[in-house]
Design a protein around this ligand. Structure first.
Ligand SMILES: Nc1nc2c(c(=O)[nH]1)N[C@H]1C(S)=C(S)[C@@H](COP(=O)(O)O)O[C@H]1N2
Ligand SMILES: [Mo]
Length: 551
């Protein structure tokens, strides 16, 4: 940008007096930049209107994700494994809003650029807009979470293309038109690059109309976005489990502030899945089909599950992506139907070594047949901590298998179990470099003190949790700096499938900066290895430690 000497002086003067800047921006920056600003805003407005209308439309249709969600879903499915590891590690369970925000930022940028290009080359701008819509269309058609017919699934993107092109054409026309023009549609003005005196009023009308569409789309989305699953969940009453878990034994809780609660509340329970939008499955339309290498196929409704022999168990779930010291584990009371009961009834044929379980959105998990038949409390769970499964945790039904990481066992929104062989299929995560079989590795964690906390010498207490599902935690030890390992106080073992709280007090604490390290030994005598490995392919190992200061 070149300024005349006069303009430069003005600019300098305005710097000295910032109050005066807004009024002068026009003269100093030039109309060219103002036009660009309006053009960019036009692009963004048009795109926003398209997204709003498409999202409202998708909300009104069953089984049709909004194009924005579809783009997000496809991004998740196509992202290289390393990027996903990074996202889960950096953002944990906030990875979903961050992904959606990134998609939105990309759309805003592209739309703004399209708008600016549209000052000179309206056709190119419309082309870019159409291209954005086509990307959404492609994502919608290939979105595995879409359950409606293709004809319906493409509808929101097609409407989005029409809305964005129409709105942009209108906005650019008013932006490019001079008073006195005979209304040439979308006519660019190559003869001067400072379209002067565009018809502010007409542009404003177009912009406000488009803005109204954005707001209306948002309002309609709100209206139609009530979930059928939530309504059906509210009506569910459970019979008393035939095999209750009994109360939590005394002494399970060590009573130290900052240690993870023994039972994790549903609202605090970690959530990991590939779904940007929680599948909306009312219990009364849900079915579970068990088929494949079985003597007789089974098909069960939710009502059928309620009439089965129900067991209630406390089980600690763990995600394979959990880093050493990470928070991707939680302990809950589950009610469900023993998988073994159903599989025995179906009759597993010789040679079958795997269950391929499928969720309503075609996410797949492979689980060893042996693990669910060896007597552990593998179940099709319908309740979590006394409530029907929360929607995010798999309503109406999910699998829970003690001792296996979630990605090889804990299928949420479960709808199909195929009895098969590992040799005959790959599952969602095994296609992405994770191991096909993944028993949970023994782990221990320091919840308090937090890293870099300062403690007074007379009150150095530490505590946390340790888990070794199906084997049980035998012993937890800590050491200060490179000192001797010392045994901690362990909460009572509840079941072998639950974590144990631990606490420890440092009686003769010395001032200074210290490192506290923890390790657990399971009931088979195996102590956690100090060797650090990453979560991929089958779970992290290594000792957790925190640094803190004693005063
Ligand atoms: N349908 C479906 N089920 C799924 C997943 C998923 O992405 N989709 N993720 C699995 C993983 S990796 C884990 S760790 C557990 C997490 O269960 P939670 O979200 O209830 O804690 O669900 C498992 N079940
Ligand atoms: Mo996981």
């Amino acid at each position: 940008m070149k300024f005349s000497a006069a303009a430069e002086t003005k600019l300098l003067r305005n710097r000295a007096n910032p109050q005066a800047v807004p009024g002068r921006i026009l003269t100093v920056m030039g109309r060219k930049w103002l036009t660009r600003l309006f053009a960019a805003a036009s692009g963004i407005l048009a795109a926003a209107a398209a997204v709003a209308v498409a999202t409202a439309l998708a909300g009104a249709l069953t089984g049709v994700p909004s194009p924005l969600i579809s783009v997000g879903n496809r991004t998740i499915d196509m992202a290289p494994p390393a990027l996903k590891d990074f996202a889960i590690k950096q953002f944990g369970t906030a990875d979903k809003p961050i992904l959606l925000a990134s998609v939105a930022v990309v759309i805003v940028l592209v739309a703004a650029v399209a708008g600016v290009i549209g000052i000179r080359r309206p056709a190119a701008a419309l082309g870019i807009t159409a291209l954005l819509g086509l990307v959404a269309l492609g994502a919608a058609v290939t979105d595995r979470t879409a359950t409606a017919s293709t004809g319906l699934v493409v509808l929101p993107s097609l409407v989005a293309i029409a809305v964005s092109m129409g709105a942009l054409a209108w906005l650019l026309t008013t932006l490019n038109r001079r008073s006195g023009d005979s209304g040439r549609w979308l006519a660019p003005h190559p003869e001067d690059d400072l379209p002067s005196g565009f018809e502010r009023r007409r542009f404003l009308v177009a912009a406000m109309a488009t803005g109204t569409v954005v707001v209306a789309g948002g309002a309609v989305t709100r209206l139609v976005s009530g979930s059928a699953a939530a309504a059906s969940r509210a009506d569910i009453r459970f019979p008393r489990p035939a095999s209750p878990s009994g109360p939590v034994p005394r002494g399970t809780k060590v009573g130290l502030r900052g240690v993870s609660p023994y039972l994790t509340a549903n609202a605090d329970f970690y959530r990991i899945d590939t779904n940007l939008q929680v599948p909306d499955v009312p219990a009364d339309t849900w079915t579970l089909r068990i088929h494949g290498r079985v003597d007789s196929e089974l098909e069960l409704s939710y009502e059928d599950l309620l009439n089965e022999r129900l067991i209630e168990r406390r089980i600690t779930l763990t995600c394979v992506s959990n880093e050493v010291g990470g928070e991707l584990a939680g302990n809950a009371t589950w009610i469900g139907v023993p998988l073994k009961d159903l599989l025995d009834r179906a009759g597993i044929q010789p040679g079958a070594d795997a269950l391929r379980s499928v969720s309503v959105d075609d996410f797949t998990i492979g689980t060893p047949v042996e693990a669910v038949m060896d007597g552990r409390d593998a179940m099709i769970a319908i309740a979590m901590n006394g409530e029907p499964l929360p929607l995010e945790h798999g309503f109406p039904a999910r699998m829970v298998v003690p001792g296996l990481y979630g990605y090889v066992s804990a299928t949420k929104w479960l709808t199909e179990i195929e009895v098969t062989r590992f040799a005959d299929f790959t599952a969602y995560w095994t296609e992405r470099d994770w191991a096909a079989e993944a028993p949970i590795k023994t782990a221990s964690r320091i919840d308090v003190p937090r890293s870099f906390q300062t403690l007074s010498a007379d009150a150095v207490r530490a505590g946390g949790v340790a888990w070794a599902q199906t084997t049980g935690v035998e012993k937890v030890e800590v050491r200060v700096d490179e000192g001797q390992w010392q045994q901690v106080t362990l909460g009572t073992q509840d079941t072998l499938d639950t974590w144990r709280q631990w606490s420890w007090q440092w009686d003769d604490a010395t001032p200074g900066l210290h490192t506290l390290t923890v390790r657990a030994t399971d009931k088979s005598g195996q102590t956690q290895t100090s060797e650090r490995v990453t979560p991929r392919p089958d779970g992290a190992t290594g000792w957790h430690s925190v640094q803190f200061t004693v005063e």
